[in-house]
Write a protein that binds this ligand. Structure first.
Ligand SMILES: Nc1nc2c(c(=O)[nH]1)N[C@H]1C(S)=C(S)[C@@H](COP(=O)(O)O)O[C@H]1N2
Ligand SMILES: [Mo]
Length: 426
């Protein structure tokens, strides 16, 4: 049907261009351009009178909107769903559910029954495996709520050269919602773990893209030391509501400050290991970077790759949106968030002269450990023209964000280069 429609548009337009048109139809090129924008042909385009402009542009964004998500999220892939948040949409102090990036490696489960959902804790290093219902988890342990920053290890990947394969994330694969649940350590202590425990791995019930239900999509984890921290939690609420389906309903682990790939969604099992966990995407090149810096484009053998743990210091300018135009005034309030993995951000700077000089911004303390920190300042532009505002965070250990893309690595992880926005002053 669709092809036939296109054909007839073609024929009619051809006859139009050879002078046989009885009416002034919309030009072929205009129609083709419009069709390309729309991503679908205008079936009866041949009947559209000259001067009448199709109204369809309004629904251009709709087919790509993810249910429950802000329509400006940038969809990088829809099978599995991967979508990032433009920095100006991350302006909220606490990231709302509709603005949190989505990173799925497989197909999320559907039709989940909370009543029969269980979490099993097993592995070589538990004394005896134990299974909890959701109700037991909720009633037997102290409930805690923390705001925790989760950032995909590949956030910023699109800037690496030579390019790294994988989702070409800009800088919006990060967010800081508030999470409610129980401390992982309380549960591990209740189960009883052995002296020789080294690592805790997670298992979820999403399914492999191949359709092979025996294959585990992803099963990563953290060393026992990180697992036993106060802020390492098993969560069932995000921002006071049930965790949305895409983010792991009804249960997930959350390890703030570490690659978000450690925060397993749709959690049904935790395995306390007597060695480094070896689930899918723990080994090889996944979520690993060269132990020592390498030249861009190098091939690095698996045994010279090290697991990414705490994420590097980073910040975002969330207001204003890049591309803003400043009329009849020369000062501008700029603000955003900064985070630094397991440690705090100590200082925040901005520059309007491409890094020649830096001014200090006001920086708040995190609401709790491993939550991002808010910063703000006012910049004054000396004259009309094009400017860039650059933001640079420095962590408590003295490490600062680089102005250029840092250490190239085969999979494009850990790009913490300064975020920049463009401003035109009239
Ligand atoms: N079960 C499961 N957990 C998972 C994933 C997944 O595909 N399946 N993706 C991981 C990765 S790589 C990231 S970056 C985060 C993304 O979390 P979000 O989609 O809630 O933002 O979830 C992690 N947990
Ligand atoms: Mo990720």
């Amino acid at each position: 049907m669709r092809e036939k429609g296109e054909d007839s548009v073609d024929r009619r337009l051809k006859s139009g261009s050879s002078g046989h048109s009885r009416r002034g139809f919309i030009q072929k090129t205009a129609l083709a351009t419009f069709g390309a924008l729309l991503g679908t042909p205008v079936v009866f385009g041949r009947f559209l009178p000259k001067g009448i402009i199709p109204i369809g542009l309004d629904f251009l964004g709709d087919p790509l909107v993810i249910s429950g998500k802000h329509k400006e999220l940038l969809i990088l892939n829809d099978r599995p769903i991967n979508a990032e948040t433009p920095p100006h949409l991350l302006d909220d102090l606490v990231t709302p559910a509709d603005k949190l990036f989505v990173r799925n490696n497989g197909n999320p489960p559907h039709s989940i029954d909370e009543e029969i959902w269980t979490l099993t804790v097993d592995g070589e290093s538990v004394k005896t495996p134990k299974t909890y219902t959701l109700a037991e988890l909720k009633s037997r342990f102290e409930e805690v709520t923390y705001q925790l920053t989760i950032e995909c290890g590949g956030n910023g990947r699109s800037e690496f050269n030579p390019p790294a394969k994988g989702n070409q994330w800009g800088n919006g694969a990060v967010g800081c919602p508030s999470w409610t649940g129980v401390k992982l350590k309380d549960v591990l202590n209740d189960v009883g773990i052995k002296e020789n425990a080294v690592y805790v791995g997670y298992y979820g019930v999403d399914t492999h893209l191949s359709g092979d239900t025996s294959k585990v999509v992803i099963s990563r984890g953290v060393p026992i030391k990180k697992a036993m921290e106060n802020e390492s939690i098993i969560a069932w609420k995000m921002n006071g509501e049930n965790i949305p389906n895409l983010h792991g309903f009804p249960l997930r682990v959350v390890f703030g400050g570490w690659p978000a790939s450690t925060s397993g969604k749709w959690l049904t099992r935790l395995s306390v290991r007597n060695k480094e966990h070896d689930g899918p995407k723990m080994g090889g090149q996944s979520y690993r970077v060269p132990c020592k810096p390498v030249a861009p484009g190098s091939e690095v053998p698996d045994n010279e790759m090290c697991i990414v743990e705490s994420m590097p210091v980073k910040s975002l300018i969330t207001y204003p949106k890049t591309g803003g135009i400043l009329k009849s005034r020369r000062s501008l309030e700029v603000r955003g968030h900064a985070w630094a993995g397991d440690v705090e951000v100590a200082v925040m700077h901005v520059s309007i002269d491409f890094g020649q000089t830096w001014q200090k911004a006001a920086l708040e303390k995190p609401v709790n450990r491993l939550a991002w920190q808010h910063w703000s300042t006012t910049v004054n532009f000396p004259e009309s023209g094009y400017y860039e505002v650059w933001a640079k965070a420095t962590d408590a250990t003295g490490k600062a964000q680089p102005m250029v893309v840092p250490d190239w690595n085969p999979k494009g992880y850990l790009n913490n280069a300064c975020h920049r926005i463009a401003i035109k002053v009239l």
